[in-house]
Design a protein around this ligand. Structure first.
Ligand code: DNO
Length: 358
């Protein structure tokens, strides 16, 4: 297991790389190119600069999160073939710079969604919070998207790019014709074209589960449970067609037994598809109502030992990053992505791993 840490780039992250370098277990950072227009080929010079900055700090740059997928690909319309070609061209560039794993998602319109980005816990820390009844009250997703942007203090929010937000009404109209099955067909089309390129580039594609893992605003979500994920992994049967096992995203639906899913993938020969793990804990208060928590098992609904042990037992050998932390110690940072709590999480998870290993 290689521990990595998400970093949004010099211009977009308040955390200096030298601080990340000082977290004992962390070997590398998970990067993206903020501001790259979705669907366009990434800029080679910017990738080169990023790699130099990262490596000059003594860290590796082997994981990208995300190369986002244009809505036309998910909708199966418009300029999807052109966007798929651009995606392939970006993968070829990333190969040149030693990238080994690309995390992406296939959620229509919205990436991760929360109703509160700074919910206060009794200890005074703040966390991301989701209340389905609040989401159900949203009659204007455009306004919700704008509120989320505002509450993130203007920070660049991956997956919430301006181009998409500007055409929300149009997108909602277009998605009226897309149910889960249609979305799957469009996804398979993308995989059939892109997985051979991933093979050629030796880049593992790792789809991120939907967060939360159920339909929202009437938009279908299909990367959400064991059965549907298995179907996707088998749709193009290649080791390069893999998964980002996000414990918190899957785990916010109590029907998803996360260690059970890992063990099941081990039993059916799909363990080697888990290329990347996002490890965090989440406290489910009732179905559709949860908040994120410290990584420590007793702070949330998940036994993190059981998750790490399941990964160990199925032979997990990919990348792991501590996912969303609380905001603690008066840190001002991007919701979910402060330095301190994620660093604590990284060491805790590595402690579990070391104990299992020994
Ligand atoms: C949230 C992240 C997601 C993830 C994307 C991958 O914190 O885990 O935004 O990066 O879904 O495309």
């Amino acid at each position: 297991m290689k521990t990595v840490f998400r970093w949004f780039g010099t211009e977009n992250d308040s955390i200096p790389l030298k601080h990340i370098r000082q977290i004992p277990s962390v070997e590398g950072v998970v990067v993206t190119l903020p501001g790259s227009p979705v669907g366009a080929v990434w800029d080679e010079n910017r990738i080169a600069d990023l790699k130099k900055t990262v490596e000059d700090s003594g860290l590796t740059m082997e994981v990208v999160e995300s190369v986002e997928i244009h809505e036309d690909i998910k909708l199966g319309s418009g300029k999807r073939d052109e966007y798929i070609e651009n995606y392939a061209a970006t993968l070829r560039l990333l190969k040149k710079f030693g990238v080994k794993c690309v995390c992406y998602n296939f959620m229509p319109v919205f990436d991760w969604t929360r109703s509160d980005l700074a919910y206060e816990l009794p200890d005074g820390s703040t966390v991301l919070y989701y209340d389905q009844s609040e989401i159900d009250k949203v009659t204007d997703p455009q306004k919700m998207a704008e509120d989320m942007k505002r509450d993130s203090d203007g920070a660049y929010m991956p997956g919430w790019d301006a181009e998409k937000l500007d055409r929300l009404i149009e997108l909602f109209e277009l998605y009226k014709n897309i149910d889960g099955e249609r979305l799957f067909v469009n996804y398979k089309y993308f995989l059939e074209k892109i997985i051979p390129v991933a093979e050629e580039c030796d880049i593992k594609m790792a789809v991120h589960p939907d967060d939360p893992p159920w339909n929202i605003f009437g938009l279908p979500r299909i990367v959400n449970n064991q059965k549907n994920i298995e179907r996707i992994l088998r749709a193009v049967d290649s080791p390069y067609n893999g998964l980002t096992l996000c414990t918190g995203s899957l785990g916010s639906d109590e029907n998803n037994d996360v260690p059970g899913i890992i063990r099941y993938f081990g039993e059916v020969g799909l363990a080697d598809r888990i290329h990347f793990v996002h490890a965090r804990n989440v406290k489910i208060l009732k179905p559709g109502l949860f908040h994120e928590s410290a990584h420590l098992s007793k702070m949330g609904s998940y036994d993190m030992y059981a998750i790490m042990k399941a990964l160990y037992d199925v032979g997990f050998d990919g990348y792991m990053r501590p996912d969303h932390g609380r905001m603690i110690w008066d840190e001002n940072g991007r919701p979910g992505y402060g330095l301190y709590d994620r660093a604590i999480g990284a060491e805790y998870l590595n402690g579990i791993w070391e104990a299992i290993n020994n």
